[in-house]
Design a protein around this ligand. Structure first.
Ligand code: NAD
Length: 447
């Protein structure tokens, strides 16, 4: 199929201009086609994802793939629904505000949701008319490489979307230092995010959109209501995807009067999250991505014990006979927010429970973190919830706040962090807007 050309009754389109392949209608068509192809190859892509990084096949198929497909379709749909503005100038002039692509966008992504994270970047970047170079994590390149082949089949021209696998310190670094790369869309650790911001400054001051780490607080007040539901969701918030989730609810802040009861219920739910063969559709938890990550989780646990936190369940690798990297749901109680367990991102299924006695204390603990990616508040008291979330004097410092749920959201709302969790936004029209620059054109009338 010819690329970047509208097809009207098999004839090349005469109604739209497609200079350099930038026609919006054609762009929409090929990105929609890519979404269709990803959907048709969903099982294959899900298998690649699970083989590469160990998440359960059920999640790859039912969570990651639908999210990736939806993101491609949503951004393709938006292409001809977002346009410029005319400023309310005087009668002697016309002020036009238009949006232009940035140019070449480098997208550097992590391994925890390889395809979904890739689509969160490439879908809006391509939709906004940029050329994109995607660098997947060296730990999980397979789905991105397959995506490149599907993009070609969809009709995205060579050079408009490229996948460049490789290590971060070589390939990634070269991309970010490159003077012809106009923007960097990054998802990964805060440590690497800081380094890449320096590279951007050393080279051409390319724009950088950072989605980095987190140590998110899940705050449960005594008036949370159905504690069993809260416990079930708190377990899911930390154990889903082996805890390898940027917004994992890794700090559970619980009002002391209900702390022991809630911890007991979470330990009961932890049994539902025992690791198993990632290829078994019945497994709720899969394997840790690799031995390095497993060692990191083990040393965090050892330090937690050393520092006096109480290990309630888990704490040692399991299913070691086959040489796999499996770590069970692990819960520490009586953690102090100054201990490493509460300050450092573990990126594994390890929950730190911290008690509090009132709302001010809960907010202070939640905010006492270099990160600000997500936070959740559980209470049946709407006034307390809104006061905690929105009151400017004592608000929660976070890019996302969930009330009586954890990790809610869809393509219509932005996803991103505050503080050292980053400055970019994925999803929604706010993300699409990041991938274009504003041009002002001032026209004198009647001269
Ligand atoms: P990472 O920072 O080690 O690597 C992320 C990407 O950066 C990889 O592709 C890697 O190859 C590349 N990279 C590493 N060093 C580089 C360098 N010197 N130059 C250029 N590129 C380099 O992170 P990870 O271990 O892959 O992923 C886990 C991290 O990602 C966690 O901190 C997690 O919180 C974060 N994350 C954040 C979000 C979010 O939306 N905020 C989402 C998912 C994951």
């Amino acid at each position: 199929m010819p690329v970047y050309q509208c097809q009207h009754d098999g004839q090349q389109c005469r109604h739209h201009r497609h200079p350099g392949g930038n026609g919006r209608a054609a762009r929409k068509q090929v990105i929609q086609k890519l979404a269709d192809l990803v959907e048709q190859h969903a099982e294959e892509l899900a298998l690649l994802e699970t083989l590469d990084m160990g998440k359960p096949i059920g999640d790859s198929l039912n969570v990651d793939l639908p999210a990736a497909i939806n993101c491609l379709r949503w951004n393709a749909e938006a292409i001809d629904k977002v346009y410029g503005e005319v400023a309310p100038t005087g009668t002697d002039s016309l002020g036009l505000i238009t949006r232009e692509p940035l140019g070449v966008v480098a997208a550097i992504v992590p391994w925890n949701f390889p395809l979904m994270m890739s689509c969160w970047k490439i879908a809006p970047a391509l939709a906004a008319g940029n050329a994109v170079i995607l660098k997947p994590s060296e730990k999980s390149p397979l789905s991105a490489i397959r995506l490149a082949a599907l993009a070609r089949e969809a009709g995205i021209p060579d050079g408009i979307f490229q996948v460049l696998p490789g290590f971060g310190h070589t390939v990634g670094k070269a991309l970010v230092l490159h003077p012809d790369v106009d923007a960097l869309a990054f998802t990964g650790s805060t440590q690497v995010g800081k380094l890449l911001t320096q590279y951007a400054g050393e080279s051409n001051l390319k724009r950088t959109f950072m989605e980095c780490g987190g140590k998110s607080a899940n705050i449960v007040f005594a008036d949370a209501g159905n504690l069993d539901k809260v416990a079930r969701e708190a377990a899911q918030a930390i154990f889903f995807n082996q805890g390898e989730v940027c917004i994992a609810g890794s700090r559970l802040l619980v009002e002391n009067s209900i702390r022991e009861e809630l911890v007991e219920r979470i330990i009961t739910y932890a049994k539902d999250w025992q690791p198993g063969n990632p290829l078994d559709p019945a497994s709720a938890m899969g394997a840790i991505v690799d031995a390095t990550q497993l060692d990191g989780i083990r040393s965090h646990v050892a330090r937690g014990i050393e520092q006096g936190a109480r290990l309630q369940v888990g704490g040692e690798p399991v299913l070691t006979d086959g040489g796999g990297c499996y770590f069970p749901p692990t819960v520490f109680d009586r953690v102090d927010n100054h201990q490493a367990l509460a300050r450092e991102e573990i990126f594994g299924p390890v929950l730190a429970v911290i008690g509090f006695d009132n709302a001010d204390e809960a907010i202070a603990i939640a905010n006492d973190s270099p990160y600000g990616l997500a936070v959740s508040v559980w209470t049946q008291n709407l006034d307390k919830a809104l006061n905690t979330v929105l009151n400017t004097a004592r608000r929660l410092e976070s890019g996302q706040v969930y009330v009586n749920n954890y990790a809610g959201g869809d393509m219509t709302v932005p996803f991103g962090g505050a503080k050292q969790s980053g400055n970019g936004r994925d999803k929604s029209l706010h993300s699409l807007a990041e991938y274009s620059q504003i041009k002002t054109t001032w026209i004198a009338l009647g001269s």
